[in-house]
Design a protein. Structure first.
Length: 368
């Protein structure tokens, strides 16, 4: 045994080759730390909103700099929104939570989260309008920030202009985006009632100069009639309607409520009357999500040099492939799919640009 070891040490070049080969094999099996997968956007280093320490919060699988990526502090949230108190109860696992099947509970929680983390006051929506969870909306904003940074520094301030397609009555994307990074937003919708409600929230928080509202008067268009001549947007964002009809939306919501009831160990009331109110444009459109995405992609080509990145949520993974084929046909320069995680749930952001890498670098340089 000693002789074998001595022989090996006497041939350092052979040992070095073996060492390099072993290292190469290890690298092939395990990607280098910090190296993004192909098609994914690298997340630059930055501090989370409201985070003072250097360590990243652990918890819900949200973006590491999302301030809601940890258990809710209901004592603090109730201080901001006292109405929340009556909805907070232990769940089957013994943890404090709210009934996410109860729209009033979700609305109170949203109001508390927006007030606690973003200092948004007087947030409310009319009955029957979409009340999306704030943490997931904030995640889209943080991933968009990473996309705009593209491995560098997060762009901040009023010079960064973002277009929110279908802002709804809640307006969460512009509120969180401005409060997190100081971006200027143009928020659009085809429903005047939604814009009127969001306008009330904007004025109550003195954000008139930070968030502009525009009514889309042509239901079949996304950017036409909204993007004006000479305007430049760093990004557009959208949460498209994902159902093709009222019946499909009703069935989808009933299934969601049934799953929520099962998680609490109770029976779902199938006779429950669902009030979709002003949610038509938010929940369904002719052709569903895929038709909406394909129409938006085609129309985006007309404004190729006026927006650095076009982005949209894609709820159904099967819709990614036809969208990517269409973008290839339209000769988009860059296409990326960004995965967002929340517990076991995965959603995706499809991002595309008609600008070359060099053009985007110049864009960022002159916008700074």
């Amino acid at each position: 045994m000693k002789a074998a070891k001595k022989s090996q040490s006497a041939n350092p070049s052979q040992a070095a080759r073996k060492s390099r080969a072993a290292a190469k094999n290890r690298a092939a099996k395990k990607p280098e730390s910090g190296t993004p997968k192909a098609g994914k956007t690298p997340a630059p280093r930055r501090k989370a909103v409201g985070q003072t320490g250097a360590s990243k919060p652990a918890g819900k699988g949200l973006h590491p700099y999302n301030p809601m990526n940890r258990d809710y502090d209901f004592d603090e949230l109730i201080k901001v929104e006292p109405r929340l108190k009556r909805f907070v109860k232990p769940n089957p696992y013994g943890n404090l939570s709210v009934d996410f099947a109860d729209p009033q509970a979700v609305k109170a929680l949203n109001s508390a989260l927006l007030g606690h983390h973003y200092d948004i006051q007087a947030w409310d929506i009319p009955e029957g309008f979409l009340c999306p969870p704030v943490p997931g909306r904030a995640d889209y904003i943080h991933h968009l920030a990473d996309l705009l940074a593209d491995g560098g520094k997060i762009p901040k301030g009023q010079k960064v202009s973002v277009l929110d397609i279908g802002t709804g009555a809640n307006g969460i994307y512009p509120l969180v985006g401005h409060k997190s990074f100081g971006w200027h937003f143009v928020a659009t919708d085809i429903d005047p009632v939604s814009l009127e409600n969001f306008g009330t929230i904007i004025r109550a928080n003195k954000l008139d100069s930070k968030i502009a509202l525009r009514l889309q008067g042509q239901a079949k268009h996304t950017f036409s009639g909204i993007i004006q001549s000479g305007e430049r947007y760093d990004a557009s964002m959208c949460n498209p309607p994902f159902h093709a009809s009222l019946e499909e939306a009703t069935a989808g919501t009933q299934k969601k409520l049934k799953n929520l009831a099962a998680s609490k160990g109770v029976k779902h009331d199938t006779k429950l009357k669902l009030n979709f109110g002003g949610q038509k444009a938010e929940l369904w459109c002719e052709g569903g999500e895929l038709r909406f995405l394909e129409d938006m992609i085609r129309e985006s080509q007309q404004f190729a040099d006026q927006c650095q990145w076009f982005t949209s949520l894609v709820s159904k993974s099967d819709n990614l492939r036809p969208c990517r084929r269409l973008l290839q046909k339209l000769e988009a320069e860059s296409v990326r799919v960004i995965e967002m995680h929340q517990g076991n749930k995965i959603t995706r952001v499809l991002a595309w640009s008609f600008l070359t890498d060099e053009q985007r670098k110049l864009w960022s340089k002159f916008k700074a």
